[in-house]
Write a protein that binds this ligand. Sequence first.
Ligand code: TYD
Length: 159
Amino acid sequence: MLSLIPLYSAIQLCVDNLAMKPMNTTELLIDLPGVIDSRGELCFLQYPDQLPFQVNRVYYLYNVGTGMQRGAHAHRELQQVMIALNGAFDVLLDDGTSRNTIHLDSCYTGLLINKMVWREMANFTPGAICLVLASMRYDESDYIRNYNDFLAAARDAQQ
Ligand code: TYD
C-alpha cells in the first residue's frame, strides 16, 4: 500500500499541471529607465519607483553551463526582481494555479517574482548574467524546494 503513495502523488501532479491556467505576467514586467549618450548606456532602478521593495541582498548567476537549470524553488516571504544583465534565459513562474514562461533578454526589463511563486530558470545563452535584487537577506528556512510541498502551501495560502 505504501508504495502506491509516490505513484498517486505523481499522477496528482500531472493532473494539477494540466489544469494550470496561463499566468498574466504583464504586471510583473518592470520597464527600467535608461540614459543613453555617446559614452554608452546607463540603466537604473530605485525604490519605490521601479522596485516595490527595499533591497537587502544582491546576487547574480553567471557561467551557467549549457542545458543547466537554476531555481526550482519558491520562497515563503521573499520578493525578488530579476534582470538579464547580459545574454538571455527563460524563467518559468508558477503560483500553484497558473504558470507562464518569460524570456528575459534585456537589461531594460526587470521581472518581479513575488512570494509563493515557484520559479525555474533555463536556456541560458553562453555568457548570460542573471542579476537578482532581493527584499530579504539569505534565509534557507524561507525556501520551499519540493514542488508538492509548494503546491500544498500555495493552496493553503489561497484558502
Ligand atoms: P539557490 O538559491 O538554491 O540557487 P539557484 O536557485 O540559483 O539554483 O542557492 C544555491 C546555493 O547558494 C545554496 O547552497 C544557497 C547558497 N546561497 C547563499 O548562500 N546566499 C544567497 O544569497 C543565495 C541566493 C544562495
